[in-house]
Ligand binder design. Structure first.
Ligand SMILES: NC(=O)c1ccc[n+]([C@@H]2O[C@H](COP(=O)([O-])OP(=O)(O)OC[C@H]3O[C@@H](n4cnc5c(N)ncnc54)[C@H](O)[C@@H]3O)[C@@H](O)[C@H]2O)c1
Length: 250
């Protein structure tokens, strides 16, 4: 298991699902953790779980669509740890609906949660990184970037923009020793995903995925630990598919 003692990582959208699993896993590996989310109660539970296991967690309830909210949340972790080593832009608002039903409110909400938060998270990493150490940004893409799935237009658009942001920032920030990568998870039944995909549909999907199973939270936490580790020190601008072969067979 990678040892992240002395490191500090910020995870956006960490109250539930993959963000929660990543925060708990990185704390278990010895890192100090900063977490933020809209869901104040669930966020407090994650912070409690980390600290009661002996970990260090700086928790900030926040809407990560806002620039100052993100800078403040990452800054709070940096103030306690002398800087941050990585920012994981995991927050997302998942709404599936036909294009003709999309309201201005929905569009703003999804852009704010999934795209603006990644821009502000990147700025926060640049501002609060340790000056002489390598640093990492990890964004969240999706298999929807590679194939058209009906009713997912805004979500797909956000994830495609995130994939593009990842490549651009990898080129722009590489000379500053900041690596920028993304993960594209596939079919992990989290609370957000279960809002739109029921158990029966997940069963059907599992039968079509090349590895014939759904994704698990630990598939994603292992991939994140790899991307943050020295073992990935030459991995920059990649989107790592952690999806059992969904993208490969799309
Ligand atoms: N679960 C999957 O199979 C899957 C597949 C592809 C991509 N992804 C991506 O992985 C990431 C995690 O997915 P998940 O399934 O755990 O998602 P989720 O919906 O279960 O959790 C997302 C978290 O983000 C928080 N959030 C939403 N808007 C926010 C905002 N404006 N400010 C702060 N927090 C906000 C939510 O409260 C929630 O805790 C997302 O980026 C998602 O798009 C997941």
């Amino acid at each position: 298991m990678s040892d992240f003692a002395g490191k500090a990582y910020f995870i956006g959208g960490a109250a539930k699902g993959l963000g929660r699993a990543i925060a708990i896993d990185l704390a278990r590996r010895g890192a100090s953790i900063g977490i933020a989310d809209l869901d104040e109660a669930a966020l407090a539970d994650v912070a409690q779980e980390i600290t009661s296991a002996g970990g260090n967690c700086v928790s900030t309830p926040a809407d990560l669509a806002g620039r100052s909210a993100v800078l403040d949340a990452v800054g709070a972790l940096a103030a306690q740890c002398g800087g941050v080593d990585g920012v994981i832009n995991n927050a997302s608002c998942l709404i599936y609906e036909p294009i003709e039903d999309v309201t201005e409110e929905t569009l703003d909400k999804m852009l704010g949660a999934g795209l603006k938060s990644a821009v502000w998270g990147s700025q926060a990493l640049i501002q609060y990184r340790r000056p002489d150490a390598p640093a990492s940004i990890i964004n969240f893409s999706s298999p929807v970037v590679y194939k058209g799935y009906p009713r997912t237009s805004i979500y797909s658009m956000v994830k495609s923009a995130v994939a593009s942001l990842t490549r651009t920032l990898a080129a722009e920030l590489g000379p500053q020793n900041i690596r920028v990568n993304s993960i594209a998870p596939g079919s992990v039944p989290t609370p957000g995903a279960l809002t739109y995909v029921d158990a029966q549909e997940y069963e059907r999907r599992a039968a079509t995925i090349a590895l014939r199973r759904l994704g698990r939270e630990d598939d994603i936490t292992e991939a994140i630990a790899f991307l943050l580790s020295d073992a990935a020190s030459f991995v920059n601008g990649a989107t790592l598919a952690v999806d059992g072969g969904i993208i490969a067979s799309a």
